[in-house]
Design a protein around this ligand. Structure first.
Ligand code: LRH
Ligand code: MN
Ligand code: MN
Length: 427
């Protein structure tokens, strides 16, 4: 299944006049506030969010999995699915692979397929949180932190192998998330676990190509429920600082303790120049991996307020960071869900771009708390959907990606091609 340009054009033609009225109206309103809508649209067009290969099928929970039909059964089909998303929104131009869930049998064929769909390969992810078939040592009690040197060596070698896969595909980063930690007090020596992990990471770091980065992802708990070796942004930053300039901190929104002030974490990491990028998702309780912006859109906006300021201060564009969705679940069509997530990210970005930074700074200088809050909330309460739609239209995508996905009956086409009962490889 492929979405053709004429299908996008027909769809856009049918919605254009309504959309254009809304866009022109908003543009005028923003103009009165001294904001150039076209500049914002340009920045939105440039914003690309990677799609993880493991979000393309129904995720499930540990209590069950209700598999949808037409899910991708191979790496090729996963790449095709991301191609569908990118054709619809032109904002999902890369795929992130998880090894060994996605081993490319032929790198060149995967590259050819991806580039025919205008896709690149984002960061490659290693997996030492599950035991693989025929693996000599178990990760039951850890991987890079394990008390046994032989287990650590096996985990280091796996990561180096993942770098090799990534090199063949043209990736430029290795993303590491460790489930290492302990479930009960006394089980693990915190300092030894940290030092073992550092030594292992140093060996992996030494194998990184010059133009690569390693992203170090933290997570407060789960699957270990007493301690996690890389539990928070502070530990992650400490590892990165000890490793060197090619290591940066990856923030997954679901990996914090309840009520953490993530926007402040982001500001601090950007101040230090150590923010690698994001795994976007949303949550109400833990690492729920819900659709981005579905639970706490104001928090997402506040994070983008810091991101926009941090990028400006660093003189970097949005392409200087790794943006990815890390969400998957049981009840929605995964492709429709990913379209919703990407849209939520662009909406929050657009709202953050509306914030009048000079006025905000002035209000802060004068300790005008009411005004400072109002400046942020005015931006958040602006309906910026016309800006996001315009950016998708101008970059060749659909004005209403989910509407077109449904009109074209993409899911039933995929079911015809792949079968009604399919289980995507991966999680
Ligand atoms: C861990 C995590 C990490 C993994 C992915 C599957 O919770 O966020 O990024 O690689 O989920
Ligand atoms: Mn993640
Ligand atoms: Mn997670």
């Amino acid at each position: 299944m492929k979405i053709e340009k004429y299908q996008i054009d027909q769809h856009n033609d049918s919605l254009f006049s309504k959309h254009n009225n809304q866009f022109v109206f908003l543009k005028e309103q923003l103009g009165e506030q001294g904001i150039n809508a076209n500049d914002i649209v340009k920045q939105l067009e440039a914003f690309q969010v990677a799609i993880p290969s493991w979000a393309l099928g129904t995720g499930g929970t540990r209590f069950g999995r209700f598999s949808g039909g037409g899910e991708p059964r191979s790496l090729e089909e996963k790449i095709e699915d991301v191609g569908l998303l990118h054709a619809l929104n032109r904002s999902s131009g890369s795929i992130s692979l998880h090894i060994p869930w996605d081993i490319p049998s032929q790198a060149q064929a995967a590259i050819n397929l991806a580039s025919s769909l205008d896709l690149k390969f984002d960061a490659v992810n290693s997996n030492t949180f599950q035991d693989q078939k025929d693996q000599e040592h178990s990760y039951k009690f850890g991987s890079l932190s394990h008390v046994d040197k032989a287990v650590r060596k096996q985990a280091v070698e796996h990561n180096i192998e993942v770098i090799k896969y990534g090199k063949d595909l043209g990736s430029k980063a290795l993303s590491i998330w460790l489930s290492d930690g302990s479930c009960f007090p006394g089980q693990s020596n915190f300092v030894t676990a940290f030092q073992n992990t550092l030594e292992s990471l140093q060996e992996i770091y030494a194998a990184l190509p010059d133009d690569w980065k390693v992203f170090v992802e933290y997570k407060a708990y789960e699957p270990n429920f007493y301690s996690t070796v890389i539990q928070d942004w502070g530990s992650s930053l400490l590892f990165c600082q000890k490793l060197g300039a090619k290591a940066d901190v990856l923030v997954d929104l679901g990996h914090h303790l309840p009520n953490a002030n993530i926007e402040q974490i982001v500001a601090t990491l950007m101040m230090e120049g150590r923010l690698a990028g994001f795994h976007f998702n949303d949550s109400k309780y833990g690492d729920d991996d819900l659709t981005v912006g579905s639970i706490r859109p104001y928090m997402l906006f506040l994070i983008f307020v810091e991101l926009v300021e941090g990028m400006k201060r660093a003189g970097k564009g949005s392409d200087g960071y790794a943006w990815m969705i890390d969400a998957s679940h049981n009840v929605k069509d995964p492709l429709e869900d990913l379209l919703q997530s990407v849209e939520a990210i662009l909406l929050a970005h657009a709202q953050a771009l509306l914030v009048d930074r000079n006025k905000l700074e002035q209000a802060r200088q004068q300790n005008d708390v009411v005004l400072a809050q109002q400046i942020l909330q005015n931006a958040f309460r602006t309906d910026v959907r016309p800006l996001v739609r315009e950016s998708m239209r101008l970059s060749g995508g659909a004005l209403d990606p989910i509407g077109l996905f449904r009109n074209l009956k993409v899911r039933s086409e995929l079911m015809n091609e792949r079968g009604k009962i399919t289980v995507a490889t991966g999680l």
